[in-house]
Design a protein around this ligand. Structure first.
Ligand code: NAD
Length: 308
């Protein structure tokens, strides 16, 4: 039994380099046979296009059959804006935005329809987040910073689903990425980002009911273990968190972006046709740990001392 996404088109929103989850998700979906389009934050778009054109990502783009991951389209997307009416003048006139046309969520939906017709996508992945005050404890977070985190990281999913679900045929699906900070305290993950992830998970449950009943679509979110990406490095402690997970998880191996990406491909496939509204942990089991292993604990776990 294989994951087969042949004949499907996927949109991955939140790709800006070949390190983050988004790129690997695009790769996994392509490995399964899907055609892949990506949506890129306008300030990051030029550099991504340049890296792509100059072949700097060719090694990472290599698929198992030797071919290179191809993107059918690269769309600009700033997911904090639903329509161009929402965009402040200083953003519109910014050079990195002004040359991109309509970079809003509605603009993305319109462009997909214009490029690919009535049912332009089957699989939509939200792999983006931003919290301008993520480095601040909640007690030091401003209202504007908190709301910006929720807007970019949680409402962006709601808006994407509002605008794309009506364009998708039954059987299609959405996926997003969340983090354990939604339900446990993780020091240094501040600025309202934990609330944004909690909202993302609650919204996934609500949206599953609504898109399931209205459109026959599914939606899930993956609670991923830590990965040293550009977004995660903003916390300043990502390497420490990665190390802590490796020491404390049931599976003491590093988490690879492809572990998460392959799960997204599974969730998008007919093999997962009864899974919706779920938060699925892909974190080497860390979420289930109540106490990290202390001195002597591993011997006990391995049954090597008298107490076992
Ligand atoms: P990343 O930096 O590769 O991806 C984040 C992406 O969001 C970037 O491409 C960035 O350009 C984009 N983005 C930021 N603001 C945007 C906006 N307003 N509009 C459109 N795009 C915007 O980092 P990542 O860690 O791969 O993050 C992907 C997802 O994974 C995020 O939801 C993140 O919270 C989640 N996640 C990450 C980790 C981790 O440890 N890295 C763990 C769990 C969940």
């Amino acid at each position: 039994m294989r994951i087969n996404l042949e004949g499907k088109r996927a949109l991955v929103a939140g790709v800006a380099d070949d390190v983050g989850f988004g790129f690997h998700i695009a790769k996994a979906l392509a490995e399964a046979g899907a055609r892949v389009t990506v949506a890129i934050w306008p300030p990051a778009m030029k550099i991504f296009e340049t890296l792509l054109r100059r072949g700097k990502m060719d090694e990472s783009r290599r698929l198992s059959d030797g071919s290179l991951l191809e993107f059918e389209r690269l769309y600009p997307l700033d997911a904090v804006y639903d329509t161009m009416q929402d965009v402040p003048a200083e953003v519109r006139s910014n050079r990195r935005y002004s040359e991109r046309g309509d970079f809003t969520i509605q603009g993305l939906a319109d462009a997909l329809k214009a490029d690919f017709g009535q049912n332009p996508v089957d699989i939509v992945v939200h792999s983006l987040a931003n919290g301008p005050e993520v480095y601040k404890p909640l007690l030091n977070t401003s209202r504007a910073g908190y709301l910006a985190a929720v807007s970019a990281s949680a409402y962006s999913l709601v808006s994407l689903v509002q605008r794309l679900a009506p364009l998708m045929a039954p059987g299609g699906s959405f996926a997003s990425l969340t983090y354990l900070a939604s339900e446990r305290t993780i020091a240094r993950y501040g600025g309202g980002m934990a609330a944004a992830k909690a909202a993302l998970e609650a919204d996934t449950r609500y949206l599953s009911l609504e898109v399931g009943r209205r459109y026959g679509l599914r939606i899930n979110t993956i609670s991923a273990g830590p990965l040293a990406t550009r977004a995660a490095s903003v916390t300043g402690v990502i390497n420490e968190i990665v190390e802590h997970y490796a020491q404390s998880s049931p599976l003491p191996k590093p988490l690879h972006a492809m572990d998460v990406a392959n799960t997204v491909a599974f969730l998008a496939s007919p093999l997962a046709s009864a899974i919706t509204g779920s938060t699925l942990y892909v974190d080497n089991g860390y979420h289930s740990v109540g106490k990290s292993l202390g001195p002597g604990d591993l011997d006990w776990v391995l049954g090597k001392n008298d107490l076992a």
